[in-house]
Design a protein around this ligand. Structure first.
Ligand code: ADP
Ligand code: C5P
Ligand code: MG
Length: 228
């Protein structure tokens, strides 16, 4: 069954402004009870890799927006499959209603099953509209970990990952497009949260372990400590 039920009537994709305007003015989850930490960075900066360490040490539940989209894309009967596939290959951003709904559904089912209520949301928000809509209608975030990595390092990692990932976007042509989207569309989100002093910036070059040390130090400065 698709994670997002096909909508009767107007598709949210047809009138995004309408959907934004009619968004709840209150979040679905109480930020006193639910914690949201975002992890952002360019493609190949190491978000998924560092997320595994954070899950191990901080009691966080990992939700990758890209993984949820790929799962929806491959779900039989999803009305958004082809659209998601096209955006991923082109490195462009999927309409935010889809991604926000997938995240909200995943958070809700996790909370239903007795979770810690602490979420690490990987690769989201990638565009200002996603950020505003999610913070207003789902849950305001506590902070954002930003993995800062030069393109040449990311390119090498992605091409290497592409040897085994089977991903439609781990190739030269898609990588160039993803870098452009990151710079033009996603960096403004990092800058937005940085202006609110909610960003932990971590240099993401070096070994997985040395990058993780930077993550732990940065989180400590924001008062976030490991649970074990
Ligand atoms: P992202 O989720 O940001 O796209 P990944 O965590 O999937 O990035 O990492 C991209 C690739 O680079 C993977 O093959 C991963 O094993 C590798 N990788 C991640 N961090 C490092 C690192 N610090 N040094 C070398 N390779 C890394
Ligand atoms: O994070 P990941 O590299 O797995 O994302 C793969 C693709 O999924 C992105 O290039 C983009 O097309 C789509 N995506 C999106 N919005 C997000 C996260 C991912 O449109 N917040
Ligand atoms: Mg990833």
């Amino acid at each position: 069954m698709p994670a997002i039920e096909p909508t009767a009537g107007t598709s949210p994709l047809v009138q995004p402004e309408l959907s934004l305007a009619s968004a709840n003015t209150f979040p679905a989850f109480d930020p006193q009870k639910v914690t949201v930490v975002y992890i952002l960075g360019g493609p190949g900066s190491g978000k998924g890799t560092q997320s595994a360490n954070l899950v191990r040490d901080y009691g966080l539940v990992h939700l990758s927006a890209g993984d949820l989209l790929r799962q929806e894309q491959d779900t039989k009967g999803s009305e958004y499959g082809q659209l998601i596939k096209d955006h991923i290959k082109n490195g462009t951003i999927v309409p935010m209603e889809i991604t926000v709904k997938l995240l909200e559904n995943a958070m809700r089912s996790n909370l239903d099953s007795n979770s810690t209520g602490k979420f690490l949301i990987d690769g989201f928000p990638r565009k200002m509209d996603q950020a505003i809509f999610f913070e207003q209608s789902v849950c305001p975030s506590k902070c954002t970990i930003f993995l800062d990595c030069p393109e040449d390092v990311m390119r090498e990692r992605l091409l290497n990952r592409g040897k085994t990932s089977g991903r439609s976007d781990d190739n030269e042509e898609s990588i160039v497009k993803r870098f452009r989207t990151f710079l033009e569309t996603s960096m403004p989100v990092v800058d937005h949260f940085a202006a609110e002093n909610k960003v932990v910036r971590v240099p993401a070059v070096g070994t997985v372990e040395s990058v993780y040390e930077g993550v732990v130090e940065g989180l400590a400065e924001k008062g976030i400590a490991p649970t074990k």
